[in-house]
Design a protein around this ligand. Structure first.
Ligand code: SAM
Length: 429
């Protein structure tokens, strides 16, 4: 097959500030429940909203195979669209229910009372986390173990007066509070997503040991208040009877079995932000959360093996001159990640295109990366290849990254982080 090169000038690359473009310009990037819990490289909701504002018609169906913390699902619900979300990280199941919880003024009281009761609970829950004691001082760990035991054993009974759907929402809200406490009260550094013991955090935690119960209570109360306020704000924008996203996780988007599920007749829009080539390790970043959510150590290890670009992927005939040029120049050590990365993405995009309705939209948010000192123009390689697959360019928008917290620092091959990112919007022809 002949490789394509593109003259992008033809397609008007627009330099934009996404925050100013959509119907939520002026809103902060963590407005409402988007900011309920940290997730690495979370989408700027404005990017998703821009695509939905412009391309989503009534009743449209949106899909995100790399949904992370569920930004696409939340924005789709706000725009009265149906959505299907996949991710390798199962945390999304809790986050999406919490982010789309309907507001109820009783939540504050219930959550606060339960947190207080949980501190007196006689049982403890111990996650399947080897060396957990290395991550917490024993006094705080004991309180956390009680709180989680209460959540698993007693909390469901407190929700009996609510209907089943509301019970799921409240339960997720409570889990978010406990996850927040479990991270804040650990030795892991708050500014690095992966588990990492820092001296500063250790000093902070040691100060808490004067009165661990008081600290636990006050952090919990603050977080509950914050969450309820976020839900209250979001409820102003959420349409009545909004569509809850259809979430499947953990899903390895490369595994053929997931593509055999019964799909809706058509997918109208795909909005997605694929994993990064050099700034990755999502499962490691949410390991702490997964342990407390009862995932077993062996399961977590297994999930890490499916993460792009570490996993092997079927060979794809990649139709991009840029790709071929870089492939020849890359050092051997990183070549495998480079190949795995694009083979994975293009295998998945191909499956998506098959399910996309005629005229359907594929919107991909991605940025350049560096491997062995070489700049990898990921968006351009994606465009070059997709042009050979029955897609045409609608528009390409480029924005400088302002706040996206990515994996800087330790062992990162791209310590500067990603400088700017592009939103590639293509249409099935
Ligand atoms: C850039 S993040 C997406 C963030 C998301 N847009 C958000 O707003 O939270 C990329 C996601 O790809 C997921 N991922 C990595 N490998 C995957 C795989 N094999 N199958 C499905 N998802 C995968 C990661 O878990 C991560 O959540």
């Amino acid at each position: 097959m002949k490789s394509s090169t593109i003259k992008l000038t033809k397609h008007k690359i627009k330099h934009v500030n996404f925050r100013d473009l959509s119907s939520i310009s002026g809103f902060s990037t963590d407005y409402g429940t988007h900011g309920i819990y940290y997730f690495p490289a979370r989408f700027i909701p404005h990017v998703v909203r821009y695509v939905l504002d412009k391309y989503c018609k009534d009743g449209c169906i949106v899909f995100d195979p790399f949904a992370g913390s569920g930004t696409v699902g939340v924005e789709a619900s706000l725009c009265k669209a149906r959505s299907i979300l996949w991710d390798l990280t199962p945390l999304i199941k809790v986050l999406i229910l919490a982010k789309l919880a309907p507001f109820d003024k009783n939540y504050l009281k219930i959550l606060e009372e339960c947190i207080l009761s949980s501190m007196e609970y006689p049982d403890t829950f111990c996650p399947d986390w080897p060396n957990i004691e290395d991550w917490y001082p024993s006094d705080l760990l004991y309180i956390l173990k009680k709180a989680w035991a209460y959540y698993y054993n007693e909390f469901p009974d407190k929700l009996e007066k609510f209907d089943f759907q509301k019970q799921k929402h409240i339960s997720s809200l409570y889990a978010v509070v406990l996850l927040y406490l479990s991270r804040r009260l650990s030795y892991t550094d708050d500014s690095i997503p992966k588990l990492y013991r820092s001296k500063i955090k250790k000093m902070k935690i040691n100060k808490y040991l004067n009165n661990p119960r008081k600290i636990f209570r006050s952090i919990a109360k603050r977080k509950i208040k914050d969450i309820i306020e976020r839900i209250r704000i979001m409820s102003k924008f959420l349409p009545k009877n909004n569509h809850l996203p259809n979430v499947d996780a953990p899903v390895d988007a490369l595994a053929p079995s997931y593509w055999h599920i019964s799909w809706p007749k058509k997918i109208d829009i795909v909005v997605t932000s694929p994993p990064y080539l050099t700034a990755h390790e999502y499962i490691r970043s949410v390991k702490l959360e997964l342990y407390w959510l009862k995932f077993r150590h062996t399961t977590i290890r297994k999930l890490r093996k499916y993460e792009i670009p570490y996993r092997n992927a079927p060979n794809v005939n990649i139709n991009s001159k840029l790709y071929q040029k870089i492939e020849k120049k890359l050092c051997n050590k990183r070549l495998i990640y480079f190949k795995n990365y694009f083979n994975s993405l293009f295998t998945i995009f191909r499956k998506i295109i098959r399910r996309l309705s005629p005229d359907g939209i594929l919107a991909i948010f991605a940025g350049n990366s560096t491997l062995c000192g070489l700049e990898i123009p990921i968006p351009l390689i994606i465009v070059e290849h997709l042009l050979s697959l029955d897609l045409k360019i609608e528009e390409i928008l480029v924005d400088k990254i302002k706040r996206r917290k990515i994996f800087k620092g330790r062992n990162n091959l791209n310590p500067e982080g990603i400088i700017d990112e592009s939103l590639i919007i293509m249409r099935k022809s």
